[in-house]
Design a protein around this ligand. Sequence first.
Ligand SMILES: Cc1cc2nc3c(=O)[nH]c(=O)nc-3n(C[C@H](O)[C@H](O)[C@H](O)COP(=O)(O)OP(=O)(O)OC[C@H]3O[C@@H](n4cnc5c(N)ncnc54)[C@H](O)[C@@H]3O)c2cc1C
Length: 536
Amino acid sequence: MASSGTPGTPGNAQLAEPATPAPSAPGFAPWLRLRTVIDLLLGMHRVDFQAASRFVGLKYSSSWWPVKWLRFTWWALRQLLVRIPSSARYLTIAPHVSRTPMWLIDPNPHANHPWANDPSAQLCDEVDAVVIGAGFTGAAVAYHWARRTGDRGDEAPTLAVIEMDDPASGSSGRNEGLVVMGRYYAMVHDTVLHHLHRVRTDLDEDARTRLAGQFAEAYSRSAYRNAEMIERVIREEGFDCDYHRAGWVQAAEPGGEGALERSTAMAKERGFEDWTRIDRDEAGRRSGMCLDNAAGFSIGAASWHPAKWVWCLMTAALARPNVKLYTRTRVVRVEDAGECYRVHTARGTIRARHVVCATESYTPALHPQFHDLIEPLQEQAACGEGGPERMPPYIGLSAAWFFGGRYGKRVLFGSGGPRRADDEAGRNDPSRFLSRFVGAELARYYGPYRLEMTNEWSGTVSYTPDEYPIVGVFDGKRQHIIGGMAGSGSGVSFNAGRCVVNRVLGLTDEPDDYPHAYFGPQRLLDPGGHTWPEVE
Ligand SMILES: Cc1cc2nc3c(=O)[nH]c(=O)nc-3n(C[C@H](O)[C@H](O)[C@H](O)COP(=O)(O)OP(=O)(O)OC[C@H]3O[C@@H](n4cnc5c(N)ncnc54)[C@H](O)[C@@H]3O)c2cc1C
């Protein structure tokens, strides 16, 4: 149900009893409760059961499986018969709920580009580089390509962005809208260390722990720089993407205090000052949530309109004649033809010397060697007007099993979901049970509210086995990938796009924040043959 480490649902924290009692519902018509339960039961489909199975795995991981399922059944019945019906008067459902993500309600300036303005346009035959996908990552690559080559006139190397739908139609237009400072240091350290137990059996525990710390440092350094670059570019370019830097409050559950102390102390000790602990009063003041415990607070996190960010990047890139965009064009295969690649699409073939794969959770469908190395995991969100009055605008908010935020008149809320098959990446198939569950969680933290849910959608994020991104060449030649960003794409994609563009163009005048020893895809594809960093 929740996915560890996504912006909205960090860690495998325990689901605890309510911080404040869930609002009781005296006088709440029994028939309305009954109808909520019946509607939920009738509406259940595959994704609800898949989400349940993942939830059991996360919440009751240490129990023997029959105990696990018994405890889960008890929990689910309580949600279904008590908590969700009690909150049904706060969260009402519009007669027709749209699957359009909140951010894609706004018109897409690059829809059906270039065919919308030029129906007879053709794909170009040959470019220096092709980037597949036009989300945060593909648009970042296009932007940096234009920035670094745009002054070279007719000599400028050429780039084509190929997108099977429209820009920002993948996760980049379906997310929570937070610009994260990346995953926090201790989280990266712990997931990497867990994986090192499997792939670095040659090291002793002390060396593995030190190596995990080096990974966490490399990640945090690149993520902090990424966040500063985003803010600077938005300001300098005058991008209109509703950027507000107000931070992100992450409620800690009872029992999670120790983990919070440890994680903030670890980050601070290494000089990463963004991830802090705030006491429950300050957390309450910032978030409007009613909390029993201290909370985690990311000082530098921001919120934005994620689709507008992508569109602004694309607009800036397309202002240069050496950057082209072909939407609604699916890449079906990339063929290595020696000195160049043939990128086969549904509209024809483009030859390119370099290819950048910016397809994130869709990657294994195109490159099967990433099966089980880039795992698509569903996340979902919903929105409507109204919401808890105490919820302030633009600040990131989350607890163990939900995320939320107020953007203008709307409140967005969501949660993690199940693993998807490779060919199901990007499917828009939210679970109503999860939306209802999050509705009940909102009441738990905010008390009574009124919100009519009008939009509900899902997307897929992607996780590598060590939950650490890959940035680099994956075929030993000139095919690059930026992926496995563990639900924190805003914390990686812009800086990683910059570094990959610099490598493709052979430019060394800017720092490269994604050294191969840490981020190289061989770490996952061939751990035995990978050149690992020296343990310091
Ligand atoms: C509900 C939800 C909440 C989230 N919240 C946050 C958040 O608050 N902050 C955050 O940082 N991250 C968040 N994420 C994760 C974030 O959205 C992703 O990490 C990020 O969007 C990844 O960007 P991307 O460009 O790499 O991938 P995508 O945006 O998925 O783009 C990949 C693109 O590739 C295209 N494509 C795929 N295959 C092909 C092909 N064969 N040919 C042509 N085109 C192809 C797709 O159509 C798609 O447009 C959330 C995700 C979800 C689903």
